[in-house]
Design a protein around this ligand. Structure first.
Ligand code: ATP
Ligand code: MG
Length: 114
């Protein structure tokens, strides 16, 4: 399994959720976060301001999936979240060791299956 972690612009949240739904991804965790990339948050908010580092609101998706659909999930998020402007975000893919669906006791691929 993989854990796909995507940091996107808050305005793209619904687009990402809709696109994931369209490919059959049903489980996810969505969190409001703050961060910065290589512009250190500056030009996104204060053009030419002298602040050193600014944290910009973003939305984080955590999605646990079977190995064979991880690429599709990454591609789908990448398309749905793209505006072409700075700050569009990042997608990280981590190896995921275990998953458990608490209600049924199902484990791993079965636990993250739709
Ligand atoms: N190396 C990183 N590690 C962890 N989180 C990151 C990293 N880079 C970016 N992020 C997260 O992604 C958000 C958006 O980053 P952003 O898209 O601005 O990256 P960037 O490298 O500056 O690319 P761009 O030049 O397109 O803006 C950040 O606010 C932060 O939450
Ligand atoms: Mg940036």
């Amino acid at each position: 399994m993989k854990l796909v972690v995507a940091i996107v612009k808050p305005a793209m949240t619904n687009a990402v959720m809709d696109a994931l739904s369209a490919i059959g991804v049903s489980g996810m965790t969505v969190t409001e976060v703050k961060g910065h990339g290589r512009q250190k948050g500056q030009t996104e908010i204060y053009r030419g301001a002298e602040y050193q580092v600014t944290l910009v609101p973003k939305v984080r998706f955590d999605i646990a999936v079977a190995d064979d659909i991880a690429d599709k999930v990454v591609e789908t998020i990448g398309k749905a979240a793209k505006t072409g402007k700075i700050g569009d975000g990042k997608i990280f893919v981590l190896d995921l060791e275990q998953a458990v669906r608490i209600r049924t006791g199902e484990r791993d691929a079965e636990a993250v299956a739709t």
